[in-house]
Unconditional design. Structure first.
Lengths: 128, 128
DNA sequence: CTTGACCTTCCAGTGACTAGAACCCTTATG
DNA sequence: CATAAGGGTTCTAGTCACTGGAAGGTCAAG
């Protein structure tokens, strides 16, 4: 399987797949012509990566998860620890964003948004 | 006022302030010794920037907002447009994160997290 | 044999800083 | 007066996870 087919199959851009090889997340074989020749296991790994990345795991988390995935003697506690830590970060980010959203929504609400210069948004940012 | 005092006054790291000068967001004068000499207006701008950044505005948004702030003939509609656009992005990000959170929370919940290898998190990521 | 769609590598850029090195200036103290 | 501490300065390079683009090799169809 060439990289284009893998890209189509996984939804990952070819560039990203090459990058994942570069940082040793996948190691596809090479054909005689120098093209990457992806096996089913590579495809599987890449799908795993795509899903993990979609859940917001960092590349290094993905690397660890992938290693655990391939380790039959793993302890699910390790997986859960990584996931829980990530979950906390997500929750924290959401909290941050909701604060921003609340503040900003209020400001946008109170701004007329017409052709006059008077603006509570700038007033607030300026600290007046 | 030297950069250290400004950093203390605005809460911005000195490095960040230098960076802001680098990208022309502020233009502090220079003393005879080569030190940046911040005026009140610089301080005010930096506080503005710190607040805008805390609300998640991009540097380029900040640049635009700062220009509008200093423009007496501005139309508040322009400000509101920038803020509304940003607000939408925040809302979208929150939605994304909440999806991740929901999925991940469920997975973490169903994972025993003990010394056994069986793990629904990896199962899900693996697509099984 | 040519065309066009693939594939390859490598270099540089993104956003918003941040770390660190190497050096200069100022002030206080022995 | 020497020096040490604690400012300040510039510069390069690293972060994260790609992404764009250039220059060139390969392959299947007509």
């Amino acid at each position: 399987m060439n990289i284009g087919d893998v890209a189509a199959a996984t939804g990952l851009p070819a560039k990203t797949i090459r990058y994942y090889e570069d940082i040793d997340l996948v190691r596809p074989a090479r054909g005689a012509n120098g093209y990457r020749a992806f096996a089913e296991t590579d495809l599987h790994k890449l799908r795993f990566l795509a899903r993990a990345r979609a859940l917001g795991f960092s590349i290094e988390d993905c690397r660890a998860l992938l290693a655990l995935y391939g380790d039959d003697g793993r302890e699910s506690g390790e997986v859960k620890a990584i996931a829980s830590k990530h979950l906390k970060k997500i929750a924290a980010k959401i909290a941050d964003l909701r604060n921003m959203e609340a503040t900003l929504a209020h400001l946008v609400d109170t701004c007329a948004g017409d052709d006059r210069p008077d603006c509570p948004i700038l007033k607030d940012l300026g600290g007046d």
